[in-house]
Design a protein around this ligand. Sequence first.
Ligand code: NAD
Length: 374
Amino acid sequence: MIIGIPRETRPGETRVAATPETVKKLSASGKHQIVVEVGAGVHASIPDADFQAAGARIGSAAETLAADIVLTVRGPTAAELPKLKRGALLIGLLNPFDQAAIQSLAATGVSGFALERLPRISRAQSMDVLSSQANIAGYKAVMIAGNVYGRFMPMLMTAAGTVKAARVLILGVGVAGLQAIATAKRLGAVIEASDVRPSVKDQVESLGAKWVDVPYANDEERKIAEGVGGYARPMPPEWMARQAGIIAERCKTVDVLITTALIPGRPAPKLIRADTVAAMKPGAVIVDLAAEQGGNVEGTEIDQIVVKNGVKIVGFANLAARVAADASALYARNVLNFLALSLNPKTGEFNVPKDDEIITATLVCEGGQLVMKA
Ligand code: NAD
């Protein structure tokens, strides 16, 4: 079979869905041919020659898109759709929440596997692209905050006097938020964090951060807050108002605010109002990791740094793509592990286990039809 790895064409997308390491493993059996588009790895610091040395052939965009199995980071653009082969397998972040995009993908007749839909079970952890990329985004958010912030992160005692440690608040403590806490901690900041899910408190405290509690008024609020399948659900307006009040008070004291709150398939919850930003200290920095989903902060603009009363709001999209080499390395391993469900790397035998729950959860279209489960 031919396995194609096209160059990503969406603006700002620097990642690539395979690396020489994964190409080597995919080609080990000698039964499959790997075709990588010319320049596919260039933004991730992988020259074509390294892909060739690992056993790939360098080809055109058309060749890679017409392969039997196409590995991508992002779903194909409208211009790329007609180049896919009917019956081929397409594996990547296909944005299953965008109904129109998924419909047009289905119309090509490919079998599309949307990795966003991987179930959060232990067997799927090695394939979990959302986690591997969110981890990187959490790290990069702190790096960007440190860069934009006009002061030190750690406390410093110098002959010229003492510098206070930065106070960092992290809202939304999933994979990205936990990594943001760990990274800010390494830089010597004083950290507070909060989340809707009560189970996160212990994780926050075990990383040396202080938990900011937003109490539940009744059992119903507590039940909703527990979420489903590891993900949060939208909270009732009363709880959101209580949270906004508590967080607004904390925001008056912090130097760096990192927001990561997401609810799958919905716009990001608004956690920070414009008046909360207005009451923050001049020089404070906000990094809104939810910018692409509409932002957690009023005033966030996608891919911009907006300055409001001296507070800088960073709304960069796709932070993982700003760590392109490592993001690609982890993404490519996730994809390889997903492929390993169907592909025996030693014998080269390829057989999709149709009844495997990882396959049924991720398969969004097949034979020209949408087959996505609710
Ligand atoms: P996510 O990116 O969907 O959301 C980020 C965080 O925002 C979550 O912690 C969520 O609770 C929080 N949030 C949502 N609405 C909020 C609000 N109104 N106020 C405050 N916070 C809000 O989440 P994620 O990072 O993908 O992970 C969520 C959980 O799933 C984590 O606990 C993670 O450890 C777990 N997980 C489990 C597995 C597995 O078991 N295989 C794999 C990956 C992640």
